[in-house]
Design a protein around this ligand. Structure first.
Ligand code: ADP
Length: 324
């Protein structure tokens, strides 16, 4: 047997040593080595390969170095944002969550799967922009907030999407989720309200890593939210938590916060259901104005962004995300 130990010794002090499977030396002087280059950019990969080749070539008895690079397939994780009914601020939360995750250093994309009212192009100031396709794969558009995005609204006129039957809607969802999201680790998916075909297709075909449920403080919305929670629970998709939107009214004149719909309903409901409470976003005319203007508060100054950044931190912690 040929002794491969000197090869390992030659590489031991390398900073990237843990990426190298134990090298082998054949009887005729061929050193073989496998490098795990997961997560390295092209420059770092080349530098590591050159260094490893150089060191192995110096080992006595080595005539040739054969090196193979491997990388784990990038694992992209989907966060499903769901609500029991429409109008609770699910799309607003999705846009701001995506931007807040990006601000926290996570490479995040946004999918607008809401066939009933695709509003992300407006929220993200990208109305009228159409994605291009390459090899039958859609290329997300890059928004001015550093979050790439695709929307049902870019595929079809809203009144047509409404008439879609299940298979068409789930086919369209597939096109959005399986697009060229190259440098993206997380996809925030804004689902339609309720528990219909798009939700089922999302759960069965695309297996989100977790779900965020958005609700207003009213009890009725909470009953609806409970159905959405049930759907994910039954399918074994972790519920990352509940967001209470439009919680407390911020007076545009004096800034005082009052609670027209009651307070704490969502937090109590989350506790009752045993799921995390992610935080509350106040009912604030400034949020609606900023949203209409395509200027999501999460991209704004620290005060406006604060509730969304806090929610994003909890979501990232729930997914055990590391910054890239
Ligand atoms: P959904 O996606 O659940 O249908 P949207 O995100 O489209 O709901 O929100 C519905 C409306 O409520 C929009 O006009 C939006 O600007 C407004 N809105 C959402 N959240 C808030 C909030 N916290 N304060 C004020 N307006 C809000």
């Amino acid at each position: 047997m040929t002794d491969s130990a000197p090869l390992a010794t030659a590489l031991a002090s390398l900073p990237g040593a843990r990426r190298i499977a134990p090298p082998r030396l054949s009887a005729d002087g061929v050193a073989s080595v496998i490098l795990d280059v997961t997560g390295l950019d092209a420059t770092a990969r080349d530098a590591l390969e050159t260094e490893v080749r150089g060191r192995l070539a110096m080992v006595p008895g080595v005539r040739e170095v054969r090196l193979v690079q491997t990388a784990e397939k990038a694992e992209r994780r989907l966060i499903a944002v769901a609500s029991g009914k429409g109008g609770v601020g699910k799309s607003t939360l999705s846009a701001n969550l995506a931007i807040a995750l990006r601000r926290l250093g996570h490479r995040t994309g946004l999918v607008d799967a809401d066939i009933y009212g695709p509003s992300q192009p407006r929220l993200m100031a990208a109305e009228g922009e159409k994605p291009m396709a390459h090899d039958k794969q859609l290329l997300p558009i890059m928004t001015r907030y550093g979050v790439p995005m695709l929307s049902m609204g870019q595929l079809v006129a809203p009144e047509k999407a409404l008439a879609w039957r299940g298979p068409m809607a789930s086919g369209a969802l597939g096109q959005l989720v399986d697009a060229r999201w190259d440098e993206t680790d997380i996809l925030v998916v804004d689902l339609p309200p309720g528990t219909g075909d798009v939700q089922l297709s999302m759960i069965q075909k695309h297996r989100p890593a977790g779900a965020v449920i958005v609700s207003t403080p009213q009890d009725l919305a909470l009953i609806d939210a409970a159905r959405a929670i049930d759907l994910f629970n039954t399918a074994g998709i972790p519920i990352l938590g509940l967001v209470e939107n439009m919680a407390g009214y911020v007076c545009p004149h004096c800034g005082e916060v009052s609670d027209p719909f009651g307070r704490g309903g969502a937090e109590a409901e989350a506790a009752r259901l045993g799921i995390p409470f992610l935080g509350r976003v106040p009912l604030d005319i400034a949020i609606r104005r900023a949203s209409d203007a395509g200027e999501p508060p999460a991209a704004g100054d620290d005060t406006a962004a604060a509730p969304f950044l806090a929610i994003a931190e909890k979501v990232a912690a729930g997914l055990n995300l590391r910054r890239s």
